[in-house]
Design a protein around this ligand. Sequence first.
Ligand SMILES: [Zn+2]
Ligand SMILES: [Zn+2]
Length: 295
Amino acid sequence: MPLFPLGVIVAPKVPAHGFAARVKGVARTPYDALRGAFRTARSAVVQRIVSAAARPMVASPGRCLVVAPHPDDETLACGGLMALKRASGAEVNVVLLSRGEGSHRGCCDVEPRHIGDVRQKLAQEAAGALGLAAANLHWAVASAGHIPRRGQEGLDGAVRGLAALIERLVPQEVFCPHPLDCWPDHEAATAMALEAIRTSGQTCELYFFLVWAWYKLPLRSLRRLGLSSARRLDIRPVVESKRAAIGAYLGAAVPGCGKPYVGVLPRGFLAPFRRSIEIYFARGPGGRGAEGGCP
Ligand SMILES: [Zn+2]
Ligand SMILES: [Zn+2]
């Protein structure tokens, strides 16, 4: 599998985020449990409102690129879309911006490199369940456990690398996290993808997807998602393939602590990804309408 050579960049010290926080975020106190129940209930409301506002879309036969901050985001958010496209013979590529090595930070002493190795294999397994070949997974990893954002070392090189990949693959559609996806790495991934598209000079249809925003977006910010651009994709014909792909990620556990390599996800987090629809936000050509930052 090609490791996209973006160089080794020293990650600055930042608060634990990404999958580490998933492990740490497990309910441990009555307050945590209460907060989890509130977020799960709120997520159900968000799903209902967004789904009701969304207009139907179909999976086009166009060549596409899915931008995933961590190995599993592509499957959770776009597994159905990718399987539908592959079933119709469309070319589907995924670029992963990290190997998700931080998922057990604060949990156990498993080597981050080992986690990255396993999660790379799990990504292949999940992609296989969706009809993708290993050659369609691309690794644009700028640093271990961290995606550089504006003003941070490594961003320019990472953007250049991603732009080169886009120039090579010439996707007609790019799917990346919504700028309001409520997770620092995801918002950084979006900023990087938009800048890379611009740098590449390619014209492609842009779609945003939600991963963490389903669970974390405050109701008062729903409108900022751009509900008029929401689209609903019926994935019933491939829903079993998507479930198998999700199962590949969730079924593998670190021997020492017994927790999944992808980290422990909060209760209720997975519900939006187990539905027989997927939601996208169609943003048209290029990187318009990309105001980031979870409220
Ligand atoms: Zn992620
Ligand atoms: Zn662990």
